[in-house]
Design a protein around this ligand. Sequence first.
Ligand code: MTE
Length: 349
Amino acid sequence: MSQLPKAPPADEITPPALYMRRRELLKNAALFAGTASAVGGGLVWLTGGSAGVADVAAPGTPGGEGARAGEGSAPPLPGAAPPPSPPGAVNGRSPFVTDEPRTDYEAIVSYNNFYELGLSKSEPAENAGRLRLRPWTVACEGELKKPEVIDIDTLVRWFPLEERVYRMRCVEAWSMVIPWLGFPLAALLRRLEPTSRARYVQFTTLLDPAQLPGQKSDVLDWPYVEGLRIDEAMHPLTFLAVGLYGKSLLGQNGAPIRLVVPWKYGFKGCKSIVSIKLTERQPRTTWSQAAPDEYGFYANVNPAVAHPRWSQATERRIGELRRRPTLPFNGYAEEVAGLYSGMDLRESF
Ligand code: MTE
């Protein structure tokens, strides 16, 4: 790995799954030794043509209407417009609502990472029509005094929907600013009453290869699982999104409900959640299992800790030309750094 080119441009960073699959192919072909330069940045080798570069340069290519509304698609959100102000907003400025320019809607719904719907950035939107959004339930289980399997339409009525405008920083070194609609995870957990044994929260994506055809491949261990420590889960910034830009979430963005943790790399944001489980033990999360040297359990945005194959010091905001510095905890350090006091963030990355 150390032979690989260092710090490729962000738009040439190979998504981890492609990288791993490519590594696998190379191994199978007994080509691994001595081919370091051939396995550097760039999506071209597996996807053909200039797909990877085009995905970054032109993120506004939606998957078409068919891709947007799956069979059993979501009804309009209750009270979606106008959303109530988030707590703590003073003159519209608060950690809950950044005043940075919002990424275009078209880019947010057409430039995605959702490996169950495809490995390229454009495939999730193209394949999202396969995802049946209704009926949908979320099993809230494990160390809870009031466990419950909740129908999604009931769940969205339990809490007032808020708009949160958060930066999202992908581990691949691109970023967006997204106006999410949803409610704090803490509101749900409080209602379900974690037991004194609950120390972690595990989130699981739907497992159904017919709807999520990427699950037919073994590129990752399905279903996709993510996790948080309970204090991270209870933090007021931690959010369950059911919409964005005032509309119901589309499949490619993790409909009907997905996690948003703005100070962590985007891969923590588990999509299309069917289970929220409170546990005593730290969950085995998908990416930290697949590539433990590259993706830790914590995954806090940290410009000082490089990914083994590229720097995390800067990022490319989708829609902008110049790279910008990446901020510790993605700019939310004031709110969340205290969660990690006394921890070595290089070790617990
Ligand atoms: N959730 C599932 N189930 N599968 C995935 O492949 N990708 C993650 C995260 N959640 C992913 C997922 C990654 S790497 C990122 S950056 C974000 O989703 C991307 O969210 P977006 O496509 O809505 O921007």
